[in-house]
Design a binder for this molecule. Sequence first.
Ligand SMILES: [Zn+2]
Length: 71
Amino acid sequence: MVRRPGYLKGNVFCGKCQLERGRGDNRLVIQRAVGSNKAEYFHFFCLARQHGQCTSRHIPLHDVEEAVIRH
Ligand SMILES: [Zn+2]
């Protein structure tokens, strides 16, 4: 089953920014990618990363969902 990540939009913040820089306002944004087998993948990445302020890697959607559920 493939679930769309829409329900998470705007509700996920970067844990690395929170931990390392004490900032909880950096949203994770969703990026869609299509693999070689034409499967869709969704990854989150931190907005601060674009400015070199965060070293977090792209986070697979699955991991974010688990983190949200655990929260
Ligand atoms: Zn971050």
